[in-house]
Design a protein around this ligand. Structure first.
Ligand SMILES: NC(=O)c1ccc[n+]([C@@H]2O[C@H](COP(=O)([O-])OP(=O)(O)OC[C@H]3O[C@@H](n4cnc5c(N)ncnc54)[C@H](O)[C@@H]3O)[C@@H](O)[C@H]2O)c1
Length: 449
């Protein structure tokens, strides 16, 4: 939906610290957060659209390597009567010039995954707080590097993991915290989204047209498809695991200890190409990423988590959440909740809505109006709001650097597990033992943090 919406913009159609980032000029009494954006393609534009809605955000600068994205953003700012942002372009490291500025407090990184780690490191070293899209790095070492740099510079880093703020997810979090499910035992989630029309296009239209990827395509088909060709593993774990981490207090009294992954064969993408364009050479490519990858994770407190990555086969979208404890269960695909001795009939599901409405999270009750119309059913408003409010209030990001890398490191660990015949992988403790003392404060502050 989001991409379709941006097509209408015209551009593409036509063409835990509580201190301020060191080195930042952000003053305690300053009401505006001054942002630089690195990457203003589909997702970057979504964050731009959140920025223009707020009086407390100034969009100072934008950086992108492609004119279609820059012009889309330029035209959008103009249409919204916002001042033009200074543009940085011309090379893959043009963003470094933007980081030299001393009038930017924070950056929003929405580039292809391979750039996230270095851009985040450079931004933190330049004293800019970082809100980065949901893959922190490509290797386990890169994830450690993010943690070390954040600790060393004292600059905050957060992943912009929006599904943690989905309305039903937050209502279920509310129910978990009120003990409705009893003691939690098992959670599930995943990225189960038919991306075939995102991974291939004709270079003019984002969706449903064409079977090209790489330089002949646009947006994610330019770069994401190559990951699915090269790498087996759970390539996109954060939307599924982020909410599970909140339910289970991961890094905050609990932690992931080990995990193993399994992958199916991968006929999905060749079948799609052959169907769309019989005889096309892209149908002959070997796609190394299994069509369905599942990962089992163990937790220090004895729970299990099951994650799925399923993006190459026809299927309706569902992140497949399940939260199960000694008193009840939620399954989002069945849209059902069952609470022992509280549901209407024994052994029969209640429609989830009845429970989700009753336990609507206080943050959603308070901010639903502001979130109306924002991307992905409103959750994009919340993730951006948490980012901005934390900077303004000099508070830790709701999802901090340790949480961010924990979600994302599942990708390299799953790839390694698959290479080693599903061997269990020890989960890094990025908090270095602090998880035993840290408390889960996510969404407990009514400012949106
Ligand atoms: N959280 C969500 O719901 C969500 C949704 C979509 C995408 N994403 C994530 O957002 C990120 C971007 O995805 P997208 O859909 O916007 O892809 P996209 O291809 O539409 O946009 C990426 C942009 O980055 C630019 N870029 C590439 N290299 C650059 C560089 N070195 N310097 C500056 N700009 C550069 C590209 O020109 C492009 O405009 C990815 O990490 C993706 O996984 C998250």
């Amino acid at each position: 939906m989001e991409r379709r919406e941006f097509l209408k913009f015209g551009g593409i159609a036509a063409a835990g610290f509580s201190i301020l980032p060191s080195g930042s000029l952000f003053a305690a009494d300053q009401q505006k957060v001054r942002l630089g954006y690195i990457g203003v393609g589909a997702r970057g534009m979504s964050h731009i659209s959140e920025g223009v809605l707020r009086d407390d955000v100034e969009i100072i600068a934008i950086c992108d390597t492609q004119e279609w994205a820059l012009s889309m953003c330029r035209n959008y700012l103009k249409r919204k009567n916002r001042p033009a942002a200074t543009e940085y372009t011309g090379s893959e490291d043009a963003y470094k010039k933007m980081l030299d500025r001393n009038d930017i407090d924070a950056v929003v990184i929405s580039t292809p995954w391979q750039f996230h780690h270095q851009m985040a490191i450079d931004s933190m070293r330049a004293g800019k707080a970082v809100g980065c899209e949901v893959i922190a790095g490509l290797t386990v070492d890169e994830h450690w590097d993010i943690v070390r740099t954040s600790e060393k510079t004292g600059v905050h880093y957060t992943t912009l993991e929006n599904v943690c703020y989905r309305r039903d997810v937050m209502a279920v979090l509310n129910m978990v915290r009120q003990g409705l499910f009893g003691e939690l035992v098992h959670c599930e989630g995943g990225y189960q989204h038919d991306l075939r029309e995102v991974l291939f296009n004709d270079g003019k239209e984002w969706y449903g047209h064409g079977v090209e990827y790489g330089p002949k395509a646009i947006s994610e088909a330019q770069w994401r498809t190559q990951f699915n060709i090269d790498q087996d593993g759970d390539l996109y774990p954060t939307h599924g695991v982020g909410p599970c981490m909140q339910f289970l207090d991961i890094n905050r009294g609990n932690r992931f200890t080990s995990m193993s992954s399994f992958s199916s064969k991968s006929p999905g993408l060749p079948a799609y190409i052959e169907h769309k364009s019989p005889g096309h050479p892209n149908a002959k490519i070997k796609y190394n990423n299994g069509d369905v990858t599942t990962t089992m994770i163990n937790c220090a407190n004895g729970e299990t988590v099951l994650l799925s990555h399923d993006v190459h086969l026809p299927r309706p979208y569902s992140l497949g959440f399940r939260v199960q404890g000694t008193e009840g269960i939620w399954m989002d695909v069945a849209d059902s909740i069952y609470i022992y001795e509280k549901s209407k009939k024994p052994h029969q599901w209640d429609p989830a809505k009845e429970w989700l409405d009753k336990y609507d999270h206080p943050l959603w009750k308070k901010h639903a109006k502001e979130a109306e119309g924002a991307g992905h059913g409103g959750m994009d408003w919340f993730v951006f709001n948490g980012f901005i409010e934390a900077i303004k209030r000099k508070k830790p990001f709701p999802i901090d650097v340790y949480d961010s890398v924990t979600m994302s490191v599942i990708t390299p660990l799953s790839t390694k597990s698959l290479k080693e015949k599903n061997a269990p992988q020890d989960f890094p403790d990025f908090t270095k033992g602090k998880w035993t003392q840290r408390k889960n404060t996510f969404a407990l502050d009514d400012s949106g943090l």
